[in-house]
Design a protein around this ligand. Structure first.
Ligand SMILES: Cc1cc2nc3c(=O)[nH]c(=O)nc-3n(C[C@H](O)[C@H](O)[C@H](O)COP(=O)(O)O)c2cc1C
Length: 377
């Protein structure tokens, strides 16, 4: 099975068309009103409501399964900056800006990438449970925190791609351990590139010169960040004990120190010098990918998040370990060096891929914490 050539995850839904249309400013109306004629509506397909199997105020089995998949998305510093609102016909995904990282992500770009990843998981879960997800990104100018409205579309039979991606959701973890020297086969790289393309983003594989430049910029960026007011405090806020908390990066996920500093994995233990992590030899020539979008606004960041997550899930299906590394993109001057507006290339994520010992899961908040008030699992 070829993961990305079997079928697009959003079979039957032209995501680009949805996004290109734009929304009338501040005009409330039925979710699917604009779809009449071109796309299916809830009343037309007569499908089950996503919440029909719950008693009032409670979340039913299908909804719960989809939400549980959504919250397993990666997020910057495991900040989990999302909220979910149940609607009769689907699920709204909202940004929780109280969880924005004010120092490394003042503009909320990485926040929306993280929320985009949750949206992708939600889509895969809905499709995996036999319904076509209909997606609208940033549908309401009056509610800027409403990142995506996902509606249940027609009944469908999940294909092998969808089933594989769905099964990968709980198995995907950020891996900050050393990788072996084994190269990721070209066929798998092609699948990762196709995964990004299917979501409207581009994934570039760095050649040796580009790789060394990017890794150098990442190291420089992190050095600079360590001197920036607030960086250490923010890092501490998202890594400090008590362990047992349900967000932030736990010590077991920090990974060892890189003995020869060949791979600038972010040092999440920076402000906890007493913590013994050990040293290890990382791969001398990491494989580095850059995920780019053609523009650089909120819509593009949500798109990048979905593309990132589809790449990560595809890698997981193929047994490839992944490490997002975004320090170089958090320092505007350094991100500028990797940006090429004339060619519509805006870097959104740097990714290391390879083979290594499996990583362990980081915690997630309970569904009760991520549902908007008044809704309960
Ligand atoms: C936008 C974004 C940026 C990230 N940047 C980094 C990074 O620079 N270094 C790193 O080790 N992990 C990075 N991560 C991974 C998160 O730390 C990770 O997703 C989170 O701790 C949850 O762990 P999990 O991915 O194992 O579920 C990033 C993730 C996202 C979505």
């Amino acid at each position: 099975m070829t993961v990305n050539t079997v079928a697009p995850v959003v079979a039957g839904v032209d995501l680009a068309a949805w996004e290109a249309d734009g929304r009338p400013a501040c005009r409330p109306g039925p979710l699917n009103q604009r779809q009449k004629g071109g796309m299916v509506t809830m009343s037309e397909h007569n499908g089950r409501s996503i919440v029909e199997d719950r008693s009032p105020g409670r979340v039913g089995g299908l909804t719960r399964a989809c939400l549980e998949a959504a919250v397993l998305a990666p997020s910057v510093h495991n900040s989990q900056p999302w909220r979910f609102r149940l609607r009769p016909a689907g699920i709204d995904v909202l940004a929780d800006r109280s969880r924005r990282l004010a120092v490394v992500d003042p503009g909320g770009r990485e926040l929306l990438i993280s929320v985009g990843a949750a949206v992708l998981n939600l889509r895969v879960a809905i499709l995996g449970h036999g319904r076509v997800p209909i997606l609208r990104v940033l549908p309401d100018q009056c509610e800027p925190d409403l990142v995506a409205r996902v509606t249940l579309g027609p009944v469908t039979a999940p294909d092998p791609t969808v089933r594989a991606l769905l099964a990968a959701i709980p198995r995907r973890h950020t891996n900050r351990r050393p990788f072996t020297a084994a190269a990721v086969p070209a066929s798998v790289m092609d699948e990762l590139v196709a995964a990004a393309a299917a979501e409207g983003a581009a994934l570039a594989i760095a050649d040796p010169i580009g790789r060394d430049a990017i890794l150098g910029l990442a190291a420089t960026a992190e050095d600079w960040q360590r001197t920036e007011a607030g960086y250490r405090d923010e890092l501490t806020a998202w890594t400090a004990p008590p362990y047992g908390r349900s967000d932030g990066v736990p010590a077991h996920a920090f990974g060892p120190h890189d003995r020869y500093e060949s791979v600038p994995v972010r040092d999440f233990g920076l402000t906890q010098p007493g913590l013994h992590r050990g040293d290890a030899t990382f791969e001398a020539h990491p494989t580095v990918l850059v995920l780019r979008t053609a523009a650089d606004g909120p819509r593009d960041w949500v798109r990048a998040g979905q593309a990132m997550q589809r790449v990560l899930l595809t890698a997981t299906v193929r047994g490839v370990a992944t490490t997002p590394m975004t320090q170089a993109l958090e320092v505007p001057e350094i991100r500028g060096l990797l940006t090429d507006p004339a060619r519509h290339r805006y870097p959104q994520l740097i990714l290391r891929v390879g083979y290594g010992r499996p990583a362990v899961a980081s915690p997630r908040r309970a569904l009760a914490e991520v549902l908007v008030p008044g809704q309960q699992p």
